[in-house]
Design a protein around this ligand. Sequence first.
Ligand code: CUA
Length: 321
Amino acid sequence: MLSLLLLACGGPTPQTAFNPRSDYAAEGLDLFQVIIVMGVVIGVLVEGVLIWAAIRYRSRDNDQLPPEIHGNTIVEIAWTTAPVIVVGYILFLTLPVIFQTQAPAPSSSMNVEVIGHQFWWEFQYPDANVDTANELHLPVGRTVNLILHSSDVIHSFWIPALGGKRDAIPGHTNFIWLTPNSTGEFPGQCYQLCGYSHANMRERAIIQPQAAFDAWLTAEQQPGVQPTATDAAEGAQFFQTSTCQACHTVNGTSAQGKIGPNLTHFASRGTFAGSIFENNPNNIRLWLKDPPAVKPGSLMPNYHLTDHQLDVLVTYLQALQ
Ligand code: CUA
């Protein structure tokens, strides 16, 4: 049984916290490692003595009743002092990290507003006037200040490679600041039970070189394309005149809804719907056909779109580079 259980430890583990990609994640891991090593050493010592004593002094035939002992000052001082020293040492290591990571972010940080929704993450770059969903682009080596809110219930933002989790609470603002130290894509997910699709509320951090990040940000600032190809144009027309525009924004068009994700550059995202689907035509179609069927509790209802409406909408969404 143990062998089978340990098999679960193999395989790719993209959401591991043991591969820190920011200063914040590294500080947490350093503390964890010190404490786990101390815990293992102390645990082995205590259990070893316990097992040794149980065997060495076990009851034997013809044993007399042992003498009764009440109190032993030296032993009691020892077993009080030793844990105090151990816990005091942990406190000594932990306090500076708490003060370091919980301090206000440096004023030179880049601000990103992180807003939890049932069941997706919104990322706003207020200085660039950019609003995107589920995929958090960050430049490597630049300190970012994540400003956490929620629009409905309590969510918790967590990308293990970037550091510890923190709640996104309605009516309250939390912060995480950190400096990513390497490029790559790192998945995470909501860590606070927030409704039916809590498990379908994922996010990804995409850490890029500064130039690539700047290029991405500039592209995101452009208005949505106005397609000319027949199907995409029909899809755009449908999007802007039907119920889609009540919840979604495509910058530069009449669609200015604020309930669901901003779709201005939908096609530039690798994933969608709380980052649970790879962004491809089949998945977009599957999603539009019946959102709550593939993501329970989805606020986007089944609109019973016809096959033709699905076709033109998929084409339009794919055009939104
Ligand atoms: Cu949002 Cu769980």
